[in-house]
Design a protein around this ligand. Sequence first.
Ligand code: GLY
Length: 442
Amino acid sequence: MKVLVVGNGAREHAIATALSRSSDKPDLYAFMSAVNPGIARLVKNYGIGNICSPEQVVKYAVENGIHLAVVGPEAPLEAGVVDSLEENRIPCVGPRRKPAQIETDKSFCRNLMRKNKVKGCPKFGIFEDVKDACDYIDKIGVDIVIKPAGLTGGKGVKVMGEHFDKKGAKGYVKEVLDTRMGVIPKVILEERLIGEEFTLQAFVDGRNVVGMPAVQDHKRAYEGDVGPNTGGMGSYSDAGYLLPFISKKDYDDGLSIMKETITVIKKETGEEYKGFLYGQFMATKDGVKVIEFNARLGDPEAMNVLSLLESDMTDVCRKIAAGSLDDKVKFSGKATVCKYMVPEGYPDKPLNNVEVNVDEKKINALGGQVYYASVREENGRILTSKSRAIAVLGLSGTISEAEKVVEESMKHISGKLFYRKDIGTKKLIEKRIKHMKQIRGK
Ligand code: GLY
């Protein structure tokens, strides 16, 4: 069995690692835009090129006789890489272009939810005109979230009351529409949700949706949840499927919303959704609300859940592509903590080409696992780019123990880098629990 992984971030390193643990030892291949040293050593062969070019990915897959492809990031999904692979009879894990709009076009997502009365949809408006959008801000009378409709690499969403006041919000709406931020010339304005965020990811085979353990990501760059937004500085999951501040009902409601969404995607696009589905939810005083959906695994959340996966990943992927997924996907009942080392100055003024030294042997001996992200290997040296560099995952019986594994592991990575020490600590988790109790009045 020859399995191709498309993409070269830490999420794809985690996917390749999970596939490499499969009992029938598939031959792994990768198509990447730069050499990820972690992926390179797991695969039999890799190709370097434009991962968003359906022609290049198909050529590589056909030449190598690939039996199954797993597409990691959203940009190749939007570019129709899965559509082209399937047209060449290569089964895929990842949605085709139309169903992937659930992430790639936020106006598609909200219209779909409203039209089909999917639960958990906040109040929103979609605008192409600056004046109409500004009038809506005046009329709605509560803080809003401003989202460019298209993909912005996780950097486009801004929150009134957090990033700026009403005047600043109107200025940002103008910037989004005037500069066609995210390419699609629309902006979505939504009521700001108050609560605690959690991520629920699922395997989807077109009809069946199998949930994974819930995870909490940390978007802000600095300790104490302050500073600019990032792609995610780190994440944790608890022993079992829940988080310390969410109930079984929150989890079940989130999963049920994801199931409804899969059904209506098929109804509206005529195509089944296959692959990974990422639901970002807010647990509020009025129950679970949808912040957004992504058509892929999260980064860093993929590292948490795939490190816990006990079922055979190749088998799960084969079943996703074949439409024969069952509920028998097993995760270990342990807790995980994942933290990202990023270049100094990240995300606003990051250093570039920082040399990093990683003593993986020592980290592995401590029980830590290294996942490489935006780094490349050149003449035996590991160099960063301007983005998140290296994720370290700890897995143990409790969040607190897993956090200690990561802290000890971080001592064996050096370079002009920094990370958030507070992620997964007792102090931060207690703050989340207290916040949730305040919100729900318990
Ligand atoms: N961690 C956020 C994301 O993957 O979108």
